[in-house]
Design a protein around this ligand. Sequence first.
Ligand SMILES: *Cc1c(COP(=O)(O)O)cnc(C)c1O
Length: 405
Amino acid sequence: MTKTMETNVYQVNEKGFYGDFGGAFVPEMLYPNIEELRKTYLSIINESAFQEELNILLKDYVGRPTPLNFAKRLSEKYQTQVYLKREDLCHTGAHKINNTLGQILLAKRLGKKRIIAKTGAGQHGVATATVCALMGFECVIYMGEIDIERQNPNVQRMKMLGATIRPATCGSRTLKDATNEAMRDWIANPVDTHYIIGSVVGPHPYPDLVARFQAIISEEIGIQLKEKTGNPDPTHIIACVGGGSNAAGAFYHYLDKKNVKLIAAEAAGQGVNSGYSAATTFLGKKGVLHGSRTLLMQTQDGQVVEPHSISAGLDYPGIGPMHANLFESGRAQFVDITDDESLKAAILLSRIEGIIPALETAHAIACLEKIKFSPNDIVVINLSGRGDKDLNTYIKSGIIDQKNE
Ligand SMILES: *Cc1c(COP(=O)(O)O)cnc(C)c1O
């Protein structure tokens, strides 16, 4: 699919903004790094040699194209036509590798030798360590000390893949502190190091860069749906939103096609008004987070509020600027899904389709309970990842022992 349809309303503009949101709000010291990336990224990723190398790896290493799977029993249950885009079948079990692979090839073209990243739950860290092993790059992952304790299996995976883990020992010792340490590293090593951001967040050009690498998802959906139904356009696309990269990828080629409804599932945690939530569009206000102007959960005086979600990948106090604009313009519908609703959806998908989804993904599945679809609707759900990593949470929740309804 080409980009000729775009009228550029929902895409980034030359200044790095999506409507009111985006931009590059970075400390002076980081400006050269961001500028190098901004000036070079489009010409590099549009080179045919770059595309060729990326496409071969996406096919042979990641396993693309991922299937678009008609979910027969799920469709019967909800009296509509549900298709699952199977990003859970990507190497490493989620969509994140589409981005890390693209970014490491970009880093290679920029002459970098070393990769840094920060990770909270460790999933982006694993996807980064994976491509560093593949390409022979040094890999340093910053992670809060508390997160290192909480996410031991992913820490061990990263180490097995050859990455060095640097604990952030200041402040709350979580993602925010790991972010600061990673920034310090990048400022100190601007020439040989590339910083891989894992979602459509951060200063321009990162949100656009990551969205372009994830856009393969909607490109494939169009081709696969046309094969199956004769029409490349579904009526609805549903994806969960943490920072928003899998949703950006699933929406990308449909952003300007108003006949396709875009639905974003946000983590409501224990409920939007419970004080334990990560539903950014419901609770957030405009502000600057991690280098871009977006919607974020904050106190009256602008302190970031600690989010809560049962799912580590959605436990983020903001959303990417593209999504903030999709929300504010009304182009996408945002649906809040609680921890309990996501657990129910996870057991449902397991029992009815034989697919154990990631907890993040289960939030997207749960939208089927919240929105009434008609029998002729074509509903594509982006299945962002598989559920192996969440097995302990599923066990603790007690849903596994539930009998079939
Ligand atoms: C990280 C992750 C997410 C959330 O990140 P986005 O950038 O919003 O896509 C969703 N699903 C899975 C399986 C993840 O690993």
